[in-house]
Design a protein around this ligand. Structure first.
Ligand code: ZN
Length: 832
């Protein structure tokens, strides 16, 4: 899913930094930032190799579903039944199996509700409010909703294939079904479940699925997710993954085939995971004709037009229709239904023999216009084109974007629920009620935030089809494995949508966007369970994106990175990778030792901040006293000025005693301390004699070449080892880039001095001038230092005393003068 306002939160100190780096070894001041991760990663075995690939005996379970579901629109309830065939590919015999019952998160006394703190209750973005009690309207409304409606699965029956009841136990958001006989390795069991539940009002419950009510015209959109009991995963590395669903750690599921019959009011349009099996039964001939046209179209074709949707939403049919969908090799199934839907589609063609064409489709209410018909379906197509280049061809027949809420998004196979709608516009009127428009004013409006928010969220959610819907990582444990990798590719796709895509609000560059989080006390290692993250968005989304951008552009280079990343995607598509599989594959396929990088960026809370603290220039000394003493005299004169007293004495024409008695002058008045002596000459000759031949030649050549020798000091303030990209400006004005690899820190992680021998004099050095390392403080990156330039705004003192009499009068008078200039009195706002 996608979180908003990732980086705009003010960062406040919480209870000290979390145990930053459990895997760091220290002894004295030395820390080995480049130590291998071996002991910190799981031991390789026959299921997962040390190179990061699936092992020779890799296995995973499989769950196939046949589901019938009925939407009761008047009661806003689901009733359904499913038949699941569960195949045990593990080498283990299973006495019971576990299913995810995610609707139960919203039931009374759920773990989520019982562990909600006051801070959770006011929302995720209010850590800054921690030191005072606050409560939001949304929080109270959610509480009221929970009082009024019972949420959670109502399980009516669990039975085996012969209809005999199977013993089952609900444990919060999980259900255990006991096997009549242990399910042996290689065996399958078929069983069925009947259930119903009250559909969640999504905007009050933050439930990633439910319904939306449009109060203005009393219409609804239904979008069902986590709506059926789903097999919990049983991976080789963890046994049953049945950690409770408490809000953030998402879903860890098995692949299988689905056949789903969805019965809804007759006038609804349904969008669902997979491919529609019975268009003849549910679509008009005109709709089928348009849908066929879309299969050839390079622009969206309307299947249900905006005008038709406006007509449809006024109806309320009594009858019903059943839409049948099939989806193969997917890990989940979601659907949406409404009579409000506008529907458009176009084809995405790709270079893949198995799946050359994908139908990209969007479903949205009239409230989403004009921006959805313009951008949604194009964004789907763009996403598949970019993501497939970095991973594998899109393997499914459809890819859909459904507008279900005002912002944010959520992903399912072939289905994405996406936010952003234009804000209703309040026209500005002048005193005569006339709307003034500039000549270049557009005739339809939406904000910049809504436009780029929409394109961005669709790229993100459609992108999730690759990670984790196909590269099926364990979301309940590691949010970064899907959100981080996906946000990285989202960012690449956004920059390919248009060059200046405002991906991070005020920043185009993710590396500038992440530093505020990385210096904050809220930072925890990326390798932290989803539920324990203090700042969810920056940790799971933005920081991994920044890390991968640095890997690709600066550390590995595009060629090595892209090959390794694609290798990871190919190795693990339709399989379940762990963090170690990712870390190991990226190394294995690139030939680049990255343990220090994973350790610093994924296991620690260090940040990047390197200061360029010193730059000293030398020439090789000739050691010849005749040359060196003369140079020293010059240097001394240049560096040590005459004293003021000497200068003023001279200005006063003060005569010295020596001036009056020149006969007192001797050897020392003719020879200063920079006069070479015979002894110095002899020592020089002896030194040359004692040099080996090669040393003599080296000195001779160095003196002849007369190169500039620089000692450049760096201090690693943030602690993270990082490459050092340097822009060197030469005294002749020419410039050159030089990047020192991060391994330069391997024996001295805190400070180091770099030697540079060059034939040109340097006049200035800038560290990371292209902002490619996520350096948190650029004020210490220049030598010599720079004057910081900006503008300062003047402010005027404001009188904040309260004038009760004036304030009282204010509330009773209109805020606006009447046409005749008189002041109108308006009543206080009455209750609605
Ligand atoms: Zn996401």
């Amino acid at each position: 899913m996608r979180y908003l306002l990732l980086l705009l939160t003010v960062l406040i100190t919480l209870s000290g930094s979390v145990g930053a780096d459990a895997i760091r070894q220290t002894k004295g001041d030395f820390r080995d930032a480049f130590r291998q991760l071996d002991v910190d990663l799981p031991t390789a075995n026959v299921y997962r190799t040390a190179s990061g690939a699936p092992g020779a005996q890799y296995w995973q379970q499989r769950a196939d579903y046949k589901i019938k579901v009925h939407l009761d629109e008047t009661r806003r309830r689901i009733s359904a039944s499913e038949t699941i065939t569960y195949t045990n590919h593990s080498p283990d015999s299973l006495r019971y199996i576990w299913l995810q019952m995610d609707q139960n998160r919203f039931a009374d006394n759920s773990l989520d509700r019982m562990t909600e703190t006051a801070m959770d209750a006011v929302g995720r973005k209010t850590w800054k409010e921690q030191d005072k009690d606050v409560l939001s309207y949304a929080s109270i409304a959610r509480n009221q909703l929970a009082k009024d409606i019972d949420y959670g699965f109502e399980i009516e029956r669990v039975a085996d294939s012969e209809g005999k009841n199977l013993p089952h136990t609900i444990a919060g958001t999980m259900m255990r079904i006991d096997m009549p006989q242990p399910l042996a390795a290689g065996q399958a069991i078929t069983f069925s479940i009947d259930w119903s539940f009250n559909i969640l009002l999504e905007e009050r419950t933050d439930s990633r699925g439910g319904y939306e009510h449009f109060a203005d015209n009393d219409t609804y959109i239904y979008y069902l997710a986590q709506w059926f009991p789903r097999l919990a995963a049983y991976p080789d590395y963890a046994g049953w993954q049945h950690k409770a669903f408490i809000g953030r750690g998402e879903f860890t599921l098995e692949f299988g085939d689905y056949e789903v019959e969805i019965t809804v009011p007759e006038d609804h349009i349904v969008s669902a995971t997979g491919k529609l099996q019975n268009p003849d039964k549910v679509l008009t001939s005109e709709q089928r004709r348009r849908l066929n046209a879309a299969r050839d179209a390079d622009k969206p074709v309307m299947i249900v037009t905006p005008v038709e949707a406006l007509e449809n939403e006024k109806q309320k049919s009594k009858g019903s229709k059943t839409w049948v969908f099939k989806a193969n090799n997917v890990r989940d199934f979601a659907w949406a239904s409404s009579r409000k839907f506008i529907w458009d589609a176009m084809v995405h063609k790709q270079d893949d023999v198995k799946n050359p064409e994908v139908l990209a489709m969007s479903f949205y209410p009239p409230e989403a216009e004009p921006i959805w018909s313009k951008y949604s379906t194009h964004s789907i197509v763009h996403t598949m084109a970019v993501y497939s280049r970095f991973s594998f061809p899109y393997p499914y027949p459809t890819s859909q974007s459904i507008n279900t809420w005002e912002s944010g998004g959520m992903e399912y196979p072939m289905m994405t629920f996406n936010g952003y709608r234009p804000e209703p516009l309040e026209p500005e009127e002048d005193e005569d009620g006339v709307v003034k428009l500039l000549d270049n004013a557009p005739d339809e409006t939406y904000s910049r935030r809504v436009k780029y928010g929409l394109i961005g969220v669709i790229i993100h959610e459609v992108g999730h089809n690759y990670f984790p819907m196909i590269v099926n990582s364990d979301e309940r444990q590691w949010t970064w494995m899907d959100e981080g990798l996906n946000s990285f590719l989202e960012y690449l796709a956004e920059l390919e949508w248009e060059e200046e895509f405002p991906a991070y609000r005020q920043h185009v560059n993710v590396l500038d966007a992440i530093t505020e989080y990385m210096v904050s006390e809220d930072q925890v290692p990326i390798m932290t369970n989803s539920e324990s993250l203090l700042q969810f968005g920056p940790n799971a989304y933005t920081k991994p994106t920044a890390a991968l951008i640095i890997l690709r552009e600066t550390i590995m280079g595009r060629e090595l990175f892209d090959f390794a990343f694609k290798e990871y995607a190919q190795r693990w598509k339709f399989k379940r990778p762990t963090p170690a599989d990712f870390f190991r594959t990226m190394e294995d396929a690139s030939g680049v030792d990255l343990d220090w990088f994973w350790r610093g960026w994924f296991f620690s809370t260090d940040h990047v901040d390197v200061a360029l603290t010193g730059l000293r220039e030398y020439k090789v000394s000739t050691a010849n006293p005749d040359v060196e003493y003369a140079l020293k005299r010059k240097e001394y004169a240049a560096e040590v000025p005459e004293t003021l007293s000497q200068i003023r004495n001279r200005e006063e024409s003060r005569e010295s005693y020596l001036d009056k008695h020149p006969e007192l002058a001797d050897f020392y008045n003719d020879n200063d301390r920079f006069t070479p002596s015979n002894k110095d000459q002899n020592a020089y000759t002896q030194m040359l004699d004692e040099l080996e031949d090669w040393e003599y030649e080296t000195l001779k050549r160095a003196v002849a070449e007369d190169d500039f020798i620089y000692f450049m000091d760096f201090e690693n303030i943030g602690g993270l080892p990082t490459p050092l990209p340097l822009l060197i400006t030469n005294a002749d004005g020419s410039e050159e880039m030089m990047t020192l690899p991060a391994e330069i820190w391997r024996r001295s992680p805190d400070r180091l001095t770099r030697l540079l021998i060059r034939d040109k004099a340097i006049s200035a050095v800038a560290l990371d001038p292209r902002h490619e390392t996520a350096d948190a403080d650029y004020s210490n990156n220049h030598y010599p230092g720079r004057i910081e330039k900006s503008r300062i705004e003047l402010y005027k003192d404001e009188d904040d005393t309260r004038d009760l009499m004036a304030d009282m009068l204010q509330t009773l008078r209109a805020r606006k003068a009447g046409k005749d200039g008189s002041i109108r009195t308006v009543p206080l706002k009455s209750t609605r």
